[in-house]
Design a protein around this ligand. Sequence first.
Ligand SMILES: *Cc1c(COP(=O)(O)O)cnc(C)c1O
Length: 331
Amino acid sequence: MPIKLDQNENPYDFPEELKAEALRRMAARPWNRYPDLHADTLRDAVARYEDWDPAGVVVTPGSNVLIKLLTELAGIGQTVLTVNPTFSVYTLEAELLGARLVQVSLNPDFSLPVAELRAALEREEPGVLYLTQPHAPTGHVDAEADVRALTEAAEAAGWIVVLDEAYHQYSRSDYRDLVREGPARLSLRTFSKAWGLAGVRVGYLLASPELAANLQKLVSAFNVNLLAQAALEVALEQPGYVQARVAEGIRERERVLAALANHPTCQALPSQANFFLLRTPDADAAYRHLLSRGIVVRRQDKLHLLAGCLRVAIGTPEENDALIAAVDDLR
Ligand SMILES: *Cc1c(COP(=O)(O)O)cnc(C)c1O
């Protein structure tokens, strides 16, 4: 089996007992009947878990669907503003839907270019601003004051502000309070990473009831199937397993980064997510070397500012040991 470190997934499956309970519930439900129209039971469980007004929650099959809907809400011809490099789905959907895509270069240390983003917010026709915390694909976390300043400036200029928090458990950051303070802000969250449920495909957003209602109109009926709804209801009733896994993920991330710190040719860049960038002298050679050791990572070396970079997810301790050994031999 290859060691799969290319999609930032959780290296551990959904716990066995919870999977068994989810399967029991799936079996007990009538598969010939349509599920909850808007997954209301699941939405209410998410709202309880996040301490959020259920009217401000929208649930979809993966948060990638929400990114598509946000681009649609922004309206064809409006602007999608993000940094460069950024999460590929933002730019893909903007291009696909014909929105005007504006990207501002990150600073060389991967921090947010606050002044340039502010200028773009004033200059461009409003649309959707994406702020990813921790950032993907760098794993960088910005100063809360910068995120707040950009959020407030964007909202005042008529933009919708998306705080994509797909990896927030690994940085112990949480922008719910900032999102609560304004009507045009939302937090995008997913069960695909820390929860270990990427295959079930469920993501959600937390927003004001008004913004959530506008987005809910764009969600097709019955979009979360009854099997996924059953699995997620079980996860949200017994979410305790996530904390221990996140703690291990953070410990392992710091262990891997420390183990690679003195490498003569490769540089493991600091990260607050469940992945990190490995800057190599030759990304193609490094990628093929890791593959020859059965380790699959993601090339990012064609992206702006990321020359030579591979993106590597944190795996199990054994997988990480194999990675450290393989990178050690890369010199
Ligand atoms: C993984 C990821 C998501 C989540 O995608 P899903 O469709 O929910 O699996 C969202 N945003 C970023 C930046 C991600 O890396």
